[in-house]
Design a protein around this ligand. Sequence first.
Ligand code: GDP
Ligand code: IMO
Ligand code: MG
Length: 429
Amino acid sequence: MTNTIAIGIQWGDEGKGKIVDLLAPKMDVVARFQGGPNAGHTLVIGDQKTVLNHIPSGILHANILSLIGNGTVVDPFRLVEELDMLIAAGIPVAERLRISDRCQLILPYHRALDAAREVAKGEAKIGTTGRGIGPCYEDKTARRGIRLVDLNADDLDARIDENLRYVNFMLVEFLGAEAVSKAAVVEALDLARERLLPLAADVPLILHENIKAGKNILYEGAQGSMLDVDHGTYPFVTSSNTVAGAALAGLGVGPEQVDEVLGICKAYTTRVGSGPFPTELYNADGMEDASGQHMAEKGQEFGATTGRPRRTGWFDAVVVQHAVRINGVTGLAITKLDVLDGLEEVKLCVGYEHHGRRLQSIPACAKALSECVPVYETLAGWSENTFGLTDVNKLPEAAKKLLQRIEEVCGSPVKMLSTGPDRDHICHL
Ligand code: GDP
Ligand code: IMO
Ligand code: MG
């Protein structure tokens, strides 16, 4: 049995979709446990590119069951669009996908609140994806959320009226935005009832039966550890726990069911949205650096969901060490090594200096983190092309050295190395 949790361990977009799609054939079930349409997971198979928001990245494979767990938040409009995109591509998604009946629904007022709050924050905005994620998780915790199973509840109409009274007061009186109509909410609920409810299931029961039968489960994270609501760069984080521990609560399985925790990270670092990023070199707001620009251009660093340009910087081993600790990472999958091809030198951040004091871990305060100066180790770069390499022995010596240092400094073995976006661009170590 190799039940594996595969998670991002930087600020998201580490290449989780690619790695999960690649591991999926060894699995029987692939399950998402948190996040929602803020995620954009890219799968590239030949000239076919698929971007998934809610649906697990194993969906393109036959004979693999895809599950969306109770820890996720689901936008009926977007999920139905995603289903239709897959159906149009010939994927029998209704056969392969089940959604927890306990999933929280993202409704039009969540998106309206997300947008209005960002506007109200002005310069201090979080830079959310605008998908209503924060307000939906807030409602879940406040026990006023609407779940898939609630679509047929007798008191649904009354609950919607009560929620609308509250959110429209916030939107209009407090945030100066427009009210959301009941008709817009009812449209979302009707769509969910028609298209999502038929896929609803008791996910913990399905998982339990699969586990009992000795099947392999792959737990697919969204976002990354530095965006975790507790362990990330709060308040510049998403509104869910993104760490490995969340896989259990977000699906309804016990800890003894997990054998491996695969930490996925790029050979450099990117971030989209606001918040501290100590090794940042380059961004669309005017921070300039040739190596950072090289990463942004060669790595095509634009958000898979929002199209926003991503900020880029050197590999931050302090971030990855932190992630190795909080997730119990048993091995690393390093992606986008090929993007570093052609750089004369590459740097690794091995510590921070804060007001002249050396820190070895991440300060809990975002302001303190933003004041940290990275301590770098500089390694030689390489001019050879690693794009698409599948044999680790053919790597340039300098690339091997970088991987060796990453393993040593982060305290976790590199188990997979991705050298291009395609499913086949992979070295197993
Ligand atoms: P996710 O959110 O973690 O699934 O990552 P995204 O899909 O948002 O972003 C990763 C991007 O990098 C996608 O465009 C992938 O196709 C691409 N990608 C993944 N692995 C590699 C790699 O090893 N090399 C290159 N050049 N691109 C990659
Ligand atoms: P995947 O799964 C990168 C970021 C947003 C913002 C913060 C809060 O593709 O790696 P939210 O909309 O969640 O309230 O935004 O989190 N963010 C991501 N960044 N990849 C993601 O997902 C992200 N999901 C959210 O940019 O900074
Ligand atoms: Mg992404």
